[in-house]
Design a protein around this ligand. Structure first.
Ligand SMILES: Nc1ncnc2c1ncn2[C@@H]1O[C@H](COP(=O)(O)OP(=O)(O)OP(=O)(O)O)[C@@H](O)[C@H]1O
Ligand SMILES: [Mg+2]
Length: 160
């Protein structure tokens, strides 16, 4: 998938939509310059997954784990989409948000136990500045590239 967005809101909405395709266990490696929209995308993703609360950049704590709101069982069986939130993927219980901006090597993420989240089928992991820790990208991770064009234009490309 390759899409152009023209505002932060559009990037957010694109990610919110993208979240509905996720099943759990995905590791999303976000690559793009400062201000390219990685955090905006992550916020939309969180909204689409049904994360409650505010998602902020984890630059200082390295990794934040957000619980995904569980859905009422009845509604789950009836409908895939409820309130615009992904209910089909009830398996997803957490979103792990990593910011690798300050890291010199991926080993630092291994040391704090990030791989446990990579492996977790009930978790979706998002890594901002993932290009800084390329050596620890898990097999089969999804790469998402952000390019800044003119002004508010961004190109967002998802590669398997
Ligand atoms: N099409 C767009 N998509 C996303 N953000 C946009 C867009 N157009 C303008 N912006 C602006 O660009 C900035 C994107 O910030 P954001 O924090 O999401 O980037 P980032 O890639 O996470 O940067 P950083 O590397 O500093 O964490 C925001 O100020 C936002 O308002
Ligand atoms: Mg960011």
């Amino acid at each position: 998938m390759k899409k152009k967005t023209h505002s932060e809101k559009e990037t957010y909405d694109l990610a919110k939509d993208f979240a509905k395709k996720l099943k759990g266990g995905e590791v999303l490696c976000l690559v793009g310059d400062l201000g390219a929209g990685k955090t905006a995308f992550t916020k939309g993703l969180a909204a689409g997954l049904g994360v409650k609360g505010i998602v902020t950049s984890p630059t200082f704590v390295l990794m934040k784990i957000y619980p995904v709101k569980s859905s009422p069982a009845g509604i789950l069986l009836e409908t895939k989409l409820f309130n615009g939130v992904n209910k089909a993927n009830h398996r997803i219980k957490e979103m792990a948000h990593i910011d690798a901006y300050r890291l010199k090597e991926g080993q630092e993420l291994i040391n704090i136990g990030a791989e446990e989240y990579f492996r977790d089928k009930e978790c979706v992991t998002v890594i901002e500045w993932a290009d800084r820790v390329k050596e620890i990208w898990p097999k089969g991770c999804t790469k998402i590239y952000f390019k800044i064009l003119n002004g508010d234009e961004r190109v967002i490309e998802v590669k398997k």
